[in-house]
Design a protein around this ligand. Structure first.
Ligand SMILES: NC(=O)c1ccc[n+]([C@@H]2O[C@H](COP(=O)([O-])OP(=O)(O)OC[C@H]3O[C@@H](n4cnc5c(N)ncnc54)[C@H](O)[C@@H]3O)[C@@H](O)[C@H]2O)c1
Length: 340
């Protein structure tokens, strides 16, 4: 795993970068982080005052090969060499895409992530997955490539909308479910303010790191991180076809709840977990009123890259006990809609 530096470790972070003796440093930002986050970065690290920057458009629709080409062109124009450093300053779209662009430019330029959304802090920037969307398939092109370091500072969260903040809480909820009863009992009662604290962010990243370290290439236990995501991704994709597209976390909280119904039926999981998840959803996501049918999500479930002819899910048998690659029949899926 890469080195993670937190608020308070700025001197160590800069010493680490200086020890690499880079020829040049370039910061990749998007339209929003250019305005909101780059000035903060330069304030926290005055030695970055004169670094060059590349600005890309923001948003999931721009997580594309066309924008990667734009980044590569700018890297050429900025004379980025194998001995340069790219700093990805932004949310998960930017860290995924910047990591991909850097790791493929001139056969690989070092990059580090400074995530500026809660989702990117606790999830996207940890774990070494880079990528872009292609042919309508999310994260279709990409690589496993670890950043040389990550710097986490919740100061960047101050300009994020509450909807975007809430979006990041769902991966923290998921991490707690995978960790222990103690973790879940704490997280299910967090206020939004608590989710944003450096200690809680650190704890959440540690859970993901612990899992990723055991299975970097995602062939086994790492798939437990997909809990809630098989149905959640399908709901997210379907929502893009409607007038009320959901953010990733909003879809995943629905997916977590729905998958628990299936787990109750197949694995005899205690319904208490689902009921507690519904309480969390009602407390934090009271505004989500999104409905879907089997027909709405089935096409996406069947093309989900994690599946072949059957639908495989990572399902929670109990807290901290995830059964990966559980085969779910279409009949079982149909049945789950009756109680939804
Ligand atoms: N690599 C992984 O392991 C992994 C894991 C989870 C998610 N992801 C990816 O992460 C992406 C979603 O990330 P996201 O939720 O961070 O979305 P995002 O990167 O699109 O950011 C959301 C919006 O917030 C803006 N923004 C970012 N930081 C800001 C700040 N501090 N203040 C104000 N605005 C700010 C962005 O410009 C964007 O408009 C998806 O593409 C997903 O596939 C990757």
């Amino acid at each position: 795993m890469n080195n993670i530096f937190y608020t308070g470790q700025e001197v160590d972070f800069i010493s680490f970068i200086e020890s690499k003796k880079y020829e040049s440093i370039c910061v990749l930002v998007d339209a929003k982080t250019n305005g909101f986050c780059l000035p903060i970065l330069k304030n926290v690290f005055p030695s970055f005052e004169n670094v060059s920057s590349i600005v890309m458009p923001d948003g999931e629709v721009n997580k594309s090969i066309e924008i990667v080409q734009l980044i590569w062109s700018e890297m050429l124009a900025n004379s980025i060499s194998r001995n340069s450093l790219i700093i990805n300053l932004g949310g998960g779209v930017l860290t995924d895409m910047g990591g991909f662009a850097a790791s493929t430019f001139k056969r690989g330029v070092d990059f580090l992530n400074i995530p500026t959304t809660l989702l990117a802090m606790v999830d996207a920037s940890a774990g070494g997955k880079t990528g872009i969307n292609f042919g309508g398939v999310k994260n279709c092109i990409g690589s496993f490539q670890t950043s040389i370091a990550t710097y986490i500072n919740p100061i960047f969260l101050n300009t994020l909308s509450s909807r975007q903040l809430l979006n990041g809480t769902v991966e923290m909820i998921k991490h707690a479910l995978l960790k222990s009863d103690v973790a879940w009992d704490a997280v299910k009662n967090y206020s939004l303010h608590e989710f944003m604290s450096i200690d809680k962010i650190k704890q959440s990243i540690a859970i993901k790191q612990f899992i990723v370290e055991q299975d970097f290439n995602d062939n086994g236990i790492r798939q437990s991180l997909n809990v809630g995501h098989t149905i959640g991704h399908a709901i997210e994709s379907y929502s893009y076809q409607t007038n009320t597209p959901l953010l990733h976390g909003e879809a995943i909280i629905l997916g977590l709840i729905h998958e628990q119904l299936i787990a109750e039926s197949i694995l005899n999981t205690d319904s208490k977990i689902r009921k507690e998840l519904i309480d969390v959803k009602e407390r934090l996501f009271a505004n989500i009123n999104f409905t879907y049918t089997l027909n709405n999500i089935l096409p996406y479930l069947l093309q989900d890259k994690k599946n072949s002819s059957t639908i495989n899910m990572s399902l929670l048998a109990s807290i901290a006990n995830c059964k990966i690659q559980t085969v779910v029949s279409i009949d079982e899926l149909k049945k789950s809609f009756i109680n939804l």
